[in-house]
Design a protein around this ligand. Structure first.
Ligand SMILES: [Zn+2]
Length: 184
């Protein structure tokens, strides 16, 4: 996966979260509640000692896929009401509030703790990222079976595939086969 383009900062967090599953080969990082809470603790989104439940796991995956949905708009995809409803639900459950930190800067912070609070921090990162110029560079791979989130480093924002070496070439090969079929 080293050749997949990655982002940093809030965009990097969102990208990493969305890419905790590889839809192409089915590899899922959030296999159970424990792997979810470990991921959230490592990323400092949650303090240790809040074991996640099966319901938290389901919620975390739903939020992840809803974020994938809104990133899809940067690649020209339709926004589904279910995705925005899921994100609004995460905002409500985590009780996100604007708060001025000791550095004088305002940010959204959850009043809720545990996994709900951690998911609130991820949604707050999406909110912050959407206010940044390079938000539209966070895209989904154009392959329907992949939909990997990647940062488009191209000068004219024209990248469509997560990895030219695999998805891009696979699409090219598919088009080539389709053309060959039409020609036959
Ligand atoms: Zn891809």
């Amino acid at each position: 996966m080293a050749d997949r383009e990655t982002a940093t900062g809030v965009l990097g967090l969102i990208e990493a979260y969305v890419n905790t599953v590889d839809l192409e080969d089915g590899a899922e990082q959030f296999k159970d509640p424990n792997t979810l809470s470990a991921w959230l603790v490592v990323r400092r989104l949650m303090k240790p000692g809040h074991p996640a439940t099966e319901a938290d796991l389901k919620h975390a995956i739903a939020v992840r896929e809803a974020i994938r949905g809104v990133i899809g708009a940067n690649s020209g995809a339709t926004i589904y009401p279910l995705d925005t409803a899921t994100l609004n639900g995460a905002v409500a459950a985590s009780r996100l509030r604007a708060r001025f930190g000791s550095d004088g800067k305002a940010r959204l912070e959850p009043e809720a703790g545990g996994v709900e609070g951690a998911l609130g921090r991820i949604v707050a990162a999406v909110f912050a990222a959407m206010g940044e110029e390079d938000w539209t560079r966070l895209k989904l791979c154009g392959s329907n079976s992949c939909r990997w989130a990647f940062y488009d480093h191209s000068r004219n924002h024209s990248s469509r595939w997560c990895r030219m070496a695999s998805c891009g070439n696979r699409q090219k090969a598919k088009r080539f086969r389709e053309r060959a079929k039409i020609g036959a």
